[in-house]
Design a protein around this ligand. Structure first.
Ligand code: HEC
Ligand code: HEC
Length: 434
């Protein structure tokens, strides 16, 4: 009897404790506990450069460009203001209270590159890892991590400064502008067989939230319509049961993670894909041996499992209540799976298998330029979960449709759906709810 009473008291206390924890955590997403590999993967995703400093600092001197002439580098340097303007994000939780107070009061100057160095020392610039000398004074090198493109923040402290949101694409990040900070663009221009001004023009045209991964394989900087070819940074969440990754289905998640870490970030690992050994389709890859990269030690392969576990553990964000009309969205859902025929392609079942996840350019009524640059020759049917947090920059691989309504109009015309404007609105509300 006594035991039962004690048990009840303990249970009540435990629940009360749990409740206070929930209340304390209210503004956060209540995150499920991570498995051990996922925990490791989180560190890798956020902080691991895979040794890519040799490229970003050794070759491109981005560390020196950030520091500026006053701090041992060259040029004006990159102040926090400039960094935020090119879309870099700052992790508010990595900033000690006194620095945060200084930022609020203006005592810590956001227009001074020296402050950027302080933030790098605190490991607070998301996806940019600064390595300092023993005394912690001089910035030696920088490297980039997956988080620079695939994380953003919730702006809870100030625009661009807040808590990390891993897996959310950074659609503000101007990767081209960051690469352009280099005073040594010639080797990249040589790699692509263009002159330096041409390279800088192309980098300047990518714009926020975009990057051109396949450019460094096939050298194709422009689309057939003459506009720059660059793809929107996609979400890194919602890929657990998705057979092929990237807009054109290059491979599964670990394949692509290895591809990017080796060939785009220029980390030091081993990578092999004989499909890239095709001098007609991928001349740049062939010239540079990208189809078979070897490094000793290999700083990438052993991390792929943990990285995948972390990506698969990322929760897919839901649209905030109030950002869409609930009743209309419910009707839109019926249209999605009914009259509008969206569900014939966008289905969990099709995402799950490599044999069903691809679609031809004709089927979706667009040109096949980007599809043909992939070994698959097709477009991957994009999973739509979390669409609401990645609408900045537009829709489809290159953001060609600025708004959801444009996507729906496109399908309506291409598939002759005869949707009324009321039906289109409802469908749009459903997409906004995802
Ligand atoms: C410079 C920005 C950048 C960096 C750094 C970067 N990515 Fe990406 N990532 C992209 C872009 C752009 C794409 C779209 C590629 C395409 O389909 O053309 C992409 C695609 C992906 C995809 C496929 C998503 C999908 O919808 O299928 C995954 C997974 C991914 N990246 C993981 C990573 C990981 C892991 C790292 C670190 C090892 C990383 N990325 C580093 C820009 C980046
Ligand atoms: C024939 C297969 C197919 C059908 C049918 C289809 N889609 Fe798609 N959808 C795709 C493919 C493939 C892509 C990727 C296109 C790209 O990135 O260029 C895509 C992309 C999208 C995107 C952009 C996602 C993003 O993150 O950029 C949205 C939104 C979308 N579809 C909504 C719909 C709606 C709404 C319908 C029904 C009216 C529909 N789709 C019907 C295959 C299809």
């Amino acid at each position: 009897m006594l035991y039962r009473k004690q048990a009840i008291v303990i249970m009540v206390m435990v629940s009360l404790f749990a409740l206070t924890q929930c209340i304390k955590d209210l503004p956060h997403f209540p995150e499920p506990p991570l498995s051990k590999p996922a925990k490791e993967g989180k560190q890798i995703f956020r902080f691991d450069t895979f040794g890519d400093e040799e490229f970003w600092s050794g070759l491109l001197h981005i560390d020196k460009a950030i520091a500026g002439a006053n701090n041992g580098g060259f040029g004006p340097g990159v102040s926090p203001q400039t960094a935020l303007a090119v879309g870099l994000k700052v992790d508010a939780e990595a900033i000690p209270a006194e620095v945060a107070a200084g930022i609020k009061s203006g005592a810590v100057k956001l227009d001074d590159p020296a402050t950027t160095l302080t933030l790098l020392k605190l490991n607070a610039v998301i996806g940019v890892k600064g390595n300092f000398d023993e005394k912690g004074q001089q910035l030696k090198t920088i490297g980039i991590t997956c988080a620079v493109c695939h994380s953003t923040v919730d702006n809870s402290f100030a625009p661009g400064i807040g808590r990390r949101l891993d897996g959310w694409p950074n659609r503000d990040l101007d990767v081209g502008a960051i690469i352009s900070l280099t005073d040594n663009a010639q080797p990249i221009a040589d790699l692509l067989h263009v002159d330096e001004p041409t390279l800088r023009t192309v980098l300047g045209e990518w714009g926020p939230g975009k990057f051109a991964a396949v450019l460094f394989m096939d050298g194709k900087a422009l689309r057939p319509d003459g506009k720059v070819a660059a793809n929107l940074i996609p979400a890194a969440f919602g890929l657990k049961d998705v057979a092929l990754t990237t807009y054109t289905g290059w491979g599964d998640i670990s394949y692509w993670n290895a591809f990017v870490a080796n060939l785009e970030m220029h980390g030091k690992g081993n990578f092999r894909d004989t499909r890239l050994n095709d001098p007609v389709k991928y001349p740049i890859a062939v010239e540079n041996g990208f189809f078979n990269v070897m490094n000793d030690p290999d700083l990438i392969t052993s991390k792929l499992r943990a990285l995948r576990e972390y990506q698969h553990s990322l929760r897919v964000p839901r649209a905030a209540p109030g950002t869409y009309n609930f009743t209309a969205a419910a009707k839109g859902k019926s249209l999605f799976y009914g009259k509008a025929k969206c569900g014939t392609c966008h289905s969990e079942e099709r995402y799950r298998h490599a044999s069903t996840i691809l679609s031809t350019a004709e089927e979706i009524g667009i040109d096949d330029f980007e599809a043909k640059r992939s070994p698959t020759g097709k477009y991957r049917i994009t999973p739509l979960a979390g669409l609401s947090v990645r609408s900045k920059g537009g829709f489809y691989h290159d953001g060609r449709f600025p708004a959801i309504a444009d996507v729906i109009d496109h399908y309506d015309k291409h598939m002759k759906l005869n949707l009324t404007s009321d039906e289109k609105n409802k469908l749009a509300e459903y997409l906004k709810s995802l």
